[in-house]
Design a protein around this ligand. Structure first.
Ligand SMILES: [Zn+2]
Length: 257
């Protein structure tokens, strides 16, 4: 009896607090971040089933929220506000030129615990450029974002996560990124938020796709007002439908956790 009790106590003490979340200030019913997933190019060099054979090792009803093209005044702050209200961590694939133009927004995303990833300097179609020029554009993006966020840029990006503008990859560039141990993110689904529609239409569309896929890497754009507008309802719906948000962080690299 006493031994049984001791075992029970030890089990309770030693069980990792999976599912248990820190309280979310001001929102007892927050969605929260279900877990953190460390990602590296050795095990998953290219992820997202829309573009590659594999995706991240996610469970059923798990989503990874990713935002491209920012930061942008207005919409990015609204996106950050919505994420903060629900204590949800996401990944922002920044454009170098936008980080340079709006450094306070880029730094805010970082300060609020989001992953800062990369999306080139100025969003060209890299597959239509000479490889050397495309590689230089990618490097310029890494350097611009890291300089804004960390005050300096090393030879490699602090967070080795990259997404091709328009998903326009080429075999040579994919090989080059893999050799540098940079994870290339595609997506498992998206909100099609490049198409003008009402926030509610976008909400219904992305929720239907998430239900069909039972989760995955979700591509959104924090530059889109309609996405910023639907985000509070979107996060609320994920919560009520039992989805968990997975925060991807680099397993390697120098971005401090
Ligand atoms: Zn983009």
């Amino acid at each position: 009896m006493r031994l049984g009790l001791l075992v029970a106590i030890l089990a309770a003490v030693m069980t990792p607090a999976s599912g248990a979340q820190a309280p979310c200030p001001g929102n007892a019913l927050a969605l929260g971040t279900a877990r953190v997933l460390a990602v590296d190019a050795a095990s998953t060099p290219r992820v997202g089933r829309k573009h590659f054979p594999k995706t991240l090792p996610l469970g059923p009803n798990e989503v990874v929220l990713t935002f491209d093209d920012g930061p942008q005044p207005g919409s990015t702050a609204r996106v950050l506000d919505a994420l903060k209200h629900e204590c949800v961590k996401a990944s922002f694939f920044l454009l170098g030129r936008n980080a340079v133009a709006h450094p306070e927004l880029a730094r805010r995303a970082r300060a609020e615990g989001h992953t800062i990833a990369h999306h080139t300097y100025s969003h060209p179609r890299l597959d239509r450029m000479p490889v050397a020029a495309a590689a230089a554009e990618i490097e310029r993006g890494f350097a611009a974002v890291d300089s804004v966020i960390y005050g300096h840029a090393e030879g490699a990006p602090a967070t080795p996560f990259f997404r091709f503008p328009g998903f326009a990859a080429s075999p040579a560039l994919l090989d080059r990124l893999e050799r540098r141990a940079i994870v290339v993110f595609g997506a498992d689904l998206w909100a099609s938020d490049w198409t003008p529609m009402s926030p509610n239409q976008e909400l219904q569309l992305v929720l239907a796709r998430i239900e069909a896929a039972r989760g995955g890497i979700v591509l959104l754009h924090d530059t889109r007002a309609q996405t910023a507008a639907m985000l509070p309802a979107f996060l609320h719906a994920l919560n009520s439908r039992g989805y968990g948000v997975v925060h991807v962080v680099p397993a390697t690299g120098t971005q401090a956790k």
